[in-house]
Design a protein around this ligand. Structure first.
Ligand SMILES: Cc1ncc(COP(=O)(O)O)c(C=O)c1O
Length: 452
């Protein structure tokens, strides 16, 4: 890499790099936050300042930074061959070994993996598999996909059409036809003003109602993330997914489970859907799949689904799907997750984190704290009694995040009124204490300004 001074790097980022989900002007004025090094749950920026990684860099680095064995395996593979694609009947060794491993670690008879390079691509593939499968089975009119409001399924146009958060959609509308959104299992803000369990899971009934309203013979699939992340770590009631499975079976609709963010130990299980004893028809994964070392994702299908394609080509392919170096990184990463029992550790440390976060409810603007495993969110409100939302122009989560950064805690805000907490699964108890201490101070400061 060309050697540039610190100032030259900062200038290059300010001038030439398009940020993702961030204001270019703000970065030009305040300067970018540039991370250069990581070790375990710690990070260092270009100024040499240390941070705790409270977010596993976008829920990706579950095994922690500085995993030399992943680096070594990738280098060894890169030394063998630059690249070998999965197009037109060609393949590579690591892709095959990884696909076999995924069949072993995913629930039930999920069996054949389509390898891609990220989460949005995995969702695109899942939608295409579902639609083509329905056509192959003699139902070409089954093209609709039912998703939930408040969900995030990716940024590409198909995945974005599934996404149920207005803020991501409005600039790109009209999105694809045939994507229908129903209320999520958001107990804190139930759209029906009901309470669990007396609600009798109206939000899952809403999916059946949507199928009936659209016409069962027009619906290809339902897509759902087990623990809804962008909405702020929504843990659904235990009956939600078993009932959803029954509904899908009753109407011949495929169930796509999006594990892009939940997968690879984050929620205390290898895959979050394991909590509900449900086997999806198609499951997507990405983010923590290689521990962050390489871009990779997958959509894995049940055998019955891939079998339907035996005489038909799946009309999809992307150049870098199944890159051998990324597959080796994923295989090593899975080996580490298994060897160090990291999903189990996430479950235990999550219980500790929950206890540590509980006292933050003392803050006037903290309306709810929820989550499972090492996957938590704090939701801010104007008024705890009415749950009135904080106006978006207050940019409350952004202000909390900014203060946390100044105090040595990395969090990546992706919402107006929610702070997400998701440290690497190897985080220590002392680091969890420090994360909560910094959050406590930062929330107090923002709250003083807001209610001044
Ligand atoms: C549940 C879910 N699905 C899909 C995606 C899209 O993944 P990517 O950003 O890798 O395209 C995300 C990203 O946050 C996600 O959380």
């Amino acid at each position: 890499m060309q050697k540039l001074s610190r100032d030259e790097v900062v200038e290059a980022i300010k001038e030439n790099l398009w940020p993702h989900y961030a204001f270019q002007k703000e970065i030009r004025e305040k300067g970018p936050k540039v991370l250069v090094k990581g070790e375990g749950a710690l990070l260092w920026d270009i100024e040499g300042k240390e941070y705790i990684d409270g977010h596993s860099i976008l829920w990706v680095v579950n095994v922690g930074h500085g995993r030399k064995e992943i680096v070594d395996a990738m280098a060894e593979q890169a030394n063998k061959i630059a690249y070998a694609s999965l197009f037109g009947g060609y393949s590579n060794e690591p892709a095959g070994i990884l696909a076999q491993k995924l069949a072993k670690i995913t629930p039930g008879d999920l069996w054949v993996s389509f390898l891609v390079s990220g989460g949005s691509e995995a969702v695109e593939v899942a939608i295409k598999i579902a639609r083509q499968y329905q056509t192959l089975k003699g139902f070409p009119q089954r093209f609709k996909v039912i998703a939930r409001k408040e969900s995030y399924h990716g940024a590409t146009l198909g995945a974005l059409s599934c996404t149920g958060l207005r803020v991501y959609r409005t600039s790109f509308e009209p999105l694809l036809p045939g994507f229908v959104h129903v209320p999520p299992p958001y107990c804190y803000r139930c759209e029906y003003n009901l309470e669990y369990p007396s609600c009798n899971l109206q939000c899952v009934k809403a999916i059946e109602e949507a199928i009936l309203w659209e016409g069962p013979k027009t619906v290809a699939a339902v897509i759902a993330e087990p623990i809804m992340s962008a909405a702020g770590a929504l843990v659904p009631p235990p009956e939600y997914f078993p009932r959803l499975r029954q509904i899908c079976d009753q109407y011949g609709v495929l169930l796509i489970i999006d594990e892009v963010l939940n997968g690879f130990g984050r929620t205390g299980k290898f895959f979050a859907i394991e909590r509900y004893g449900v086997i999806p028809d198609i499951m997507t994964m990405a983010k923590a799949m290689s521990g962050g070392y390489a871009p990779i994702g997958a959509a894995i299908s049940r055998k019955e689904i891939s079998d339907a394609f035996q005489d038909y080509m799946m009309m999809h392919g992307i150049t870098f799907g199944g890159h051998p170096v990324a597959c080796v990184a994923a295989l090593k990463n899975i080996e580490i997750l298994e060897r160090e029992n990291l999903p189990e550790r996430a479950e235990k440390m999550g219980e500790e984190l929950k206890k540590l976060l509980e006292p933050l409810k003392k803050h006037r603007m903290v309306g709810d704290i929820r989550g499972i495993g090492l996957h938590f969110a704090i939701e801010y409100v104007m008024d705890k009694g009415t749950k009135a939302r904080i106006p978006s122009d207050q940019r409350v989560a952004a202000r909390v995040e900014e203060l946390c950064w100044s105090k040595g805690l990395y969090l990546c805000r992706a919402s107006v009124d929610k702070t997400y907490i998701a440290p690497p699964l190897i985080v220590t108890y002392e680091q969890l204490q420090r994360i909560v201490e910094i959050l406590d101070q930062s929330i107090a400061e923002v709250e003083r300004e807001i209610f001044a």
